[in-house]
Design a protein around this ligand. Structure first.
Ligand code: ZN
Length: 266
């Protein structure tokens, strides 16, 4: 929490610079962030797991690591693979239910702020590596879910669509009425990204005048290479840890993105 000597509800008040919450150590950076957003016409947001941690969704790699022995020490990259879904579907779905589904998670301040920016027609697109579906839950429409969404599932036999609850509340291997296995519309290891999602995401990044990269270490390919398409003037990185993009960014804020956007009212 910031060292805030103001009143307890100071966050509800907004200063002339569009920031709320009184003084805090990175207020200058936040003010610069707002100036850039206000000067943007084609803003694009590129996000990762750090966008959803304030909603109670851990990065599945770290969350999986804590309980690895429950799954014979197998790394999530092995379990969440196409081969594993076919060879050991019961273990796949046990891991998937326990580690990937957060039915009670709600959009946080980051999702809500991005929704407001889209409504104002400043934000042209969200490109996300997350599969939690929280940007759409917040109301955003221009969302490119590079790795799919746990909220959408389909039967591998008849292609019927099923909601998340179908997998959440089934035991063992979830099955369609036709008997086929119901799988999530999530891109598994060993599967390519959805072609048209990639084309749309790259187009938005190419046409953006400002790109905000947040909550991602940019470790995952090929998503990370999407940044090379950016031709705009302002690159902003908001992440707790260093990223490979920091060096060429116009502004780097080493904070939780939900915390940063909770300060932004303008
Ligand atoms: Zn079916």
């Amino acid at each position: 929490m910031p060292e805030d000597s103001g009143p307890r509800d100071s966050r509800a008040e907004t200063g002339p610079d569009g920031l709320s919450g009184g003084s805090f150590p990175w207020a200058e950076e936040a003010a610069e962030l707002l100036r850039v957003i206000r000067g943007s016409r084609r803003l694009v947001f590129f996000g990762g797991a750090g966008v959803s941690t304030a909603s109670g969704i851990p990065d599945f790699r770290s969350a999986a690591g804590l309980y690895a022995e429950d799954f014979h020490g197998l790394p999530p990259e092995v379990i969440l693979s196409r081969d594993f879904l076919f060879l050991q579907p019961e273990t796949f779905f046990r891991f998937y239910r326990e580690r990937m589904l957060y039915p009670d998670a709600k959009p946080n301040a980051a999702h809500r702020y991005l929704y407001r920016l889209e409504k104002r027609d400043v934000l042209r697109g969200i490109v996300t590596q997350n599969v939690d579906g929280l940007h759409r839950a917040a109301g955003n429409i221009r969302v490119y879910e590079l790795h799919g969404s746990v909220r959408e599932n389909h039967c591998m036999e008849c292609n019927a669509s099923w909601p998340m609850e179908k997998i959440l509340f089934s035991e063992g291997i979830p099955r369609c009425e036709c008997g086929g296995v119901v799988r999530p519309d999530v891109v598994l290891y060993g599967e390519p990204l959805e072609k048209y999602v990639c084309i749309g995401a790259r187009r938005e990044i190419t046409n953006a005048d400002t790109l905000i990269v947040a909550g991602t270490s940019l470790a995952a390919e090929p998503a990370a290479s999407f940044l090379n398409d950016f031709r705009g003037k302002k690159l902003i990185v908001i992440n707790r840890e260093e990223t490979p993009a920091d060096g060429r960014a116009n502004l780097v804020i080493r904070e939780d993105v939900a915390e940063v956007f909770s300060r932004c009212s303008g």
